[in-house]
Design a protein around this ligand. Structure first.
Ligand code: BJW
Length: 256
């Protein structure tokens, strides 16, 4: 059993995290919306989490899209437009540094659809909830990368004429099999699992914490506040990821 949540100061928690992360041979990371908050992107839950009074659970579903595709596309077009205005922050860049230290023994599993990890320079990224840049035809299922191009309010497939949808994973939809399988394998194989900026209420992603623990990995969490899994992690680094992750990497370098 991991010890209970640290009552130590941030610095002491950081020291313990360094002692776990530094000797780790294989590291897996799970990120959520919190890591992009300091880039200016809204998170889904909590204070600013509502969009026009709607919960994400009521917009990001196949049923919502079938009922009112215009409303759903307004939500996604707004977020696509935001992508053109935001940049990776120090939290994203710290994870690039971690990957540079570990090479192929580093896997970044992200629930985010914003592409900011890749923009920062991360390579081994598994986007388990899809990507905002991509669209998919509901008829022929063809996927295309439209970048941050402004799309019509209700975009249609040029070949088939059917409606396009964002190539993201909505509630009640399965995660992409191959990507999810690779994420589970990476977490099973890691000796340290770093969980950053996620409320950890959405499954199956949140279940990765238990996968890591069952396989004996140490779990370090970095979050602004305790999440649904904070009682099950070894170390909780409370604070903005844009500060805690660079500080963690800085300490690792100091100690060799
Ligand atoms: C900071 C910070 C800073 C802020 N620094 N930290 C009952 C029990 C269990 C499961 C289910 C259930 N009923 C249904 C389910 C399954 C369902 C689910 O989990 N529901 C729960 C909500 C109850 N899951 C699914 O449906 C999944 N599919 C599935 O299970 O398939 C099998 C199946 C088939 C058929 C029927 C049923 C099941 C699919 C889930 C897809 C989720 N999709 C979304 C939208 C993606 C596209 C888009 O972006 O629009 O993914 S929902 C949304 O939530 C998005 C996110 O990736 C995901 C997680 O959110 P995240 O990233 O954790 O963000 P927040 O806002 O919640 O948290 C932010 C955190 O950051 C907070 O903790 C802050 O404190 C912190 N923070 N600033 C550090 N600066």
């Amino acid at each position: 059993m991991p010890p209970p949540i640290d009552a130590e100061s941030f610095t002491e928690a950081l020291d313990r995290a360094v002692r776990i992360l530094r000797p780790a041979k294989k590291v897996a990371v799970l990120t959520g919306a919190g890591i992009s908050a300091e880039s200016g992107l809204a998170t889904f839950r909590g204070g600013g989490g509502l969009w026009e009074g709607q919960r994400i659970e009521d917009v990001a579903t196949p049923r919502a899209f079938a009922r009112d595709p215009l409303l759903v596309w307004r939500f996604y077009n707004l977020r696509r437009a935001n992508l053109a205005t935001v940049n990776p922050n120090p939290g994203h860049r710290a994870l690039v540094e971690l990957e540079n230290r570990l090479g192929a023994d580093f896997t970044l599993v992200t629930q985010n659809v914003d592409g900011l990890h890749q923009a920062a320079g991360s390579h081994n990224v598994l986007e388990i909830h899809g990507a905002l840049r991509r669209v998919r035809c509901v008829g022929c299922q063809r996927v295309s990368d439209r970048g941050v191009e402004v799309l019509p309010e209700l975009p249609h497939c040029e070949e088939r004429g059917s409606l396009l949808r964002p190539d993201v994973v909505w509630f009640e939809e399965a995660l992409p099999d191959d990507i999810w399988g690779r994420a589970v394998e990476a977490v099973q194989a890691c000796d340290c699992f770093l969980v950053v900026g996620t409320s950890a209420v959405v499954y199956p992603a949140a279940g990765l914490i238990d996968v890591a623990r069952m396989e004996g990995a140490d779990v370090i969490e970095a979050n602004l506040e305790p999440s649904a899994v904070s009682t099950r992690v070894n170390i909780l680094l409370l604070g903005p990821a844009g500060t805690s992750l660079p500080e963690l990497l800085k300490r690792m370098k100091e100690e060799g």
